[in-house]
Design a protein around this ligand. Structure first.
Ligand SMILES: Nc1nc2c(ncn2[C@@H]2O[C@H](COP(=O)(O)OP(=O)(O)OP(=O)(O)O)[C@@H](O)[C@H]2O)c(=O)[nH]1
Ligand SMILES: [Mg+2]
Length: 710
């Protein structure tokens, strides 16, 4: 997106500062200054998100680095962290690492430890804290427990074990940054590369919530590129995070390694893109390994195969083929290894694919720019430009440099009219308040529908899944006594939970996220309808009062003005994982009582029959427990969605609209002779004022010209 679309804020601010010197001391320019700041803020916060996604080791990080012309992101990162790295443009290179809040770290440690404790038959302290050396020692004993190590293959256990190990190992380094509400660690200038250690080493990465890189070399000012984790990480939560990010994306760059082509593990990512309706905004990029393909024919064969594999998803598509590593190492980077350098030198000398790579790389850059120049952002820029025009015109009005105040400024409005205008923001508030109850009802009903009724009917799907759950087949060989007294029950519950998480991530999340986005759009539409008459009224009033007239914003601009606030959508998987360990504790204790009763009943029943009967009874009990906790999770998710996300978001939109209305009201009142007629320029400074006026006028003309030419 060209920079010229942004109004010249700096210049306007400079002129404002000069105006302060020229005008009477009693004239406050504070509101104008605040308004200008707010415009810039809104624009700087508006981003177009593009996710760089693909399976593990397809070359995503290498591609992002190549786009930045620098080895900023660590290539070949581990899989334990679920934090994706967002890259934005900043004046200076900087890495901001958000560290998880202390309570979250404790909850995660506790959750992992809980599983291990159940399995090793140990009991855990009530208030386990990483900050106590004694507790860390106890956790270490748990991690090294022979029983845990013996059963490490069980579903989900290895993941918990690795997580707990990582927390313990990284504790000393993370300790200074563990704060109640989380903390941000910033790496700048010469220390910048220090952030890599945090991202790549599991024992540090496990403490990370989120990574934000700011780099001057990002090609577009309002682009956010996200380097996602490999989509085939075995932990369903990692994939859920990727889905959550994708749900708010404008486009996707999908990286496929030419070494592997489309694999089984690509299918679920493709399916997610399809369900989120992102396939049409996905750019497929084949990362060519130049060591693998020594002729054009060979490359074309690989590309043809990939194209064919993609056919069921996107038809007909021509993936771009580039070598991210070649592109990256062709620039000065400094962190590449000797082996890499030699490899690239060899490619440069021998590979017949280089000219094509160069052409395709240019296309890739253009396509990314096109994705970034997305309508939504263009709309937002148009709105801010319109506001800025109003502001500069208003300032121009203050500087009556060319003699007499114009007719328009002195036109008299009746007091009633002025009062009516003043009342507009309050009237809008009243209108919002009036429909809020209705909205609340509507939102509640629609969120419930997602779970209870077609087309999604998620509750039914979830219940079916749980009802169909069977214990792993080897369970038949388990001695009932093991279940009651040993770790078996915990392992089974863990197994069910893991499968459920995977099912939700793969089958339900994407549909749910998409539907919630649609719900947001409908709510925006309602808000727009409601606020429209107020804005139209004010605009009309303004345009009639204003000599030059206003570039009238079509209703589309209003839709963009009331975009849903930039809040990540939380997927159901995340809620499902929340407090799972506490629930386990309850289930486990409860299960134990039940099972000991059952065991007593079976004393005396013939051996062979009892085992089958017993495992079926356990499975039934697990299913019932799981259903109870699932219903609780659904309710929890719905409440958060309704209150924190939708209603909270609506409130922020309303504040935005109200701000807009108040701004227009102020401007209208100023025109009605309020402040402008009282402004007098001090003698002797009129020449300066005339210059300022001319400068403001020139700014407006220049802006109008760029708008016409672009
Ligand atoms: N030989 C060869 N190596 C490559 C190529 N592209 C990337 N690599 C290397 O492969 C490794 C993995 O690349 P990454 O860019 O980290 O892959 P990724 O998709 O980000 O991997 P994850 O984040 O772990 O999913 C790095 O060491 C890269 O330097 C290529 O075209 N050829
Ligand atoms: Mg990577």
């Amino acid at each position: 997106m060209p920079d010229t679309q942004t109004p010249p804020f700096d210049e306007t601010r400079r002129l404002l500062d000069e105006l302060v010197q020229v005008l009477e001391p009693s004239t406050s320019l504070k509101p104008w200054q605040v308004e200008l700041g707010a415009m810039e803020q809104r624009l700087s916060e508006a981003v177009v998100r593009i996710a760089v996604a693909g399976t593990v080791k397809s070359g995503k990080s290498t591609l992002v680095n190549a786009l930045l012309h620098e080895d900023m992101l660590r290539r070949g990162a581990g899989v334990l962290t679920a934090a994706l790295t967002r890259v934005r443009r900043g004046k200076r290179a900087e890495a901001k690492l958000r560290i998880k809040p202390r309570t979250q770290v404790h909850a995660e440690v506790r959750q992992a430890a809980e599983w291990l404790a159940q399995i090793s038959g140990q009991s855990l302290l009530g208030d386990l804290a990483l900050s106590r050396a004694r507790d860390r020692k106890a956790l270490q004993v748990l991690v090294d427990h022979p029983e845990v190590l013996r059963r490490v293959g069980a579903s989900g256990l290895r993941e918990n074990l690795r997580r707990l190990q990582a927390f313990l190992e990284g504790y000393e380094s993370a300790k200074p940054h563990l704060k109640k509400d989380g903390a941000t660690v910033t790496f700048k200038s010469s220390e910048l590369s220090g952030h890599r250690e945090w991202v790549t080493q599991d024992h540090l990465a496990v403490y990370l919530e989120d990574v934000l890189l700011q780099v001057p070399s990002l090609p577009h000012p309002q682009l956010e590129l996200a380097d996602c984790q490999g989509s085939d990480s075995p932990n369903p939560l990692h994939f859920a995070r990727i889905q959550e990010y994708l749900a708010g994306c404008a486009g996707v760059v999908y990286v496929i390694s030419s070494r592997t082509g489309i694999r089984e593990s690509d299918l679920r990512l493709l399916e997610t893109l399809r369900r989120l309706e992102l396939l049409s905004r996905t750019l497929f990029v084949v990362n060519l390994d130049l060591s693998e393909h020594d002729s054009l024919e060979d490359r074309d064969r690989v590309l043809a195969q990939i194209r064919e594999q993609l056919l069921p998803w996107v038809a007909p598509s021509e993936p771009l083929a580039v070598s991210a590593l070649l592109e990256l190492l062709s620039r000065e980077s400094g962190t590449d290894t000797e082996a890499e350098r030699l490899r690239v030198d060899l490619w440069r000398k021998t590979s017949p694919l280089i000219p094509d790579h160069e052409a395709q790389w240019s296309v890739l850059q253009v396509r990314i720019r096109q994705m970034a120049e997305q309508q939504e952002l263009a709309d937002l820029q148009a709105i801010e430009t319109e506001r800025w025009t109003r502001l500069v015109q208003g300032l121009g009005g203050l500087v009556q440099s060319e003699g007499e105040p114009s007719e328009a400024v002195t036109v008299d409005f009746s007091k009633e009219r002025e009062l009516a205008i003043q009342q507009l923001p309050n009237a809008l508030d009243a209108a919002f308040a009036g429909v809020l109850t209705l909205w609340q009802e509507g939102i509640r009903r629609q969120v419930r529908q997602l779970f209870d009724e077609p087309p999604l009917a998620l509750s039914g799907c979830l219940e079916d899944f749980v009802q169909d759950y069977r214990l792993p087949t080897e369970s038949r060989r388990v001695d009932p006594k093991d279940v009651v007294l040993g770790p078996q029950m915990a392992l089974w519950y863990q197994d069910l939970r893991q499968r459920l998480l995977r099912f939700v991530t793969e089958e339900l999340n994407a549909d749910l996220l998409r539907e919630v986005r649609k719900l947001e759009v409908r709510l925006l539409e309602d808000t727009r309808k409601l606020s429209m008459p107020f804005l139209v009224m004010l605009r009309e009033l303004q345009s009639r009062r204003d000599e030059d007239g206003f570039a009238e914003g079509p209703s589309l601009r209003l839709a963009a003005l009331t975009r849903f606030p930039d809040q990540p959508l939380v997927s159901f998987t995340t809620t499902l994982d929340f407090r799972a360990s506490e629930r386990l504790q309850g289930v486990f204790l409860w299960g134990k009582t039940l099972m000991s009763r059952q065991l007593r009943q079976w004393q005396g029943i013939a051996e062979g029959d009892s085992v089958d009967f017993f495992t079926e009874a356990v499975a039934e009990q697990l299913r019932r427990n799981a259903l109870t906790s699932l219903r609780f999770d659904i309710q929890n998710y719905q409440e958060n969605l309704i209150h924190l996300h939708l209603l909270g978001g609506l409130q922020r939109i309303q504040e935005g609209v109200r701000g807009e209305v108040s701004g227009l009201v102020d401007a209208a009142l100023r025109k009605l002779g309020g402040s402008s007629s009282s402004v007098r320029i001090r003698t002797g400074e009129e020449v300066r004022a005339a210059q300022i006026h001319a400068a403001l006028q020139a700014l407006l003309d220049a802006q109008a010209q760029t708008a016409n030419t672009s």
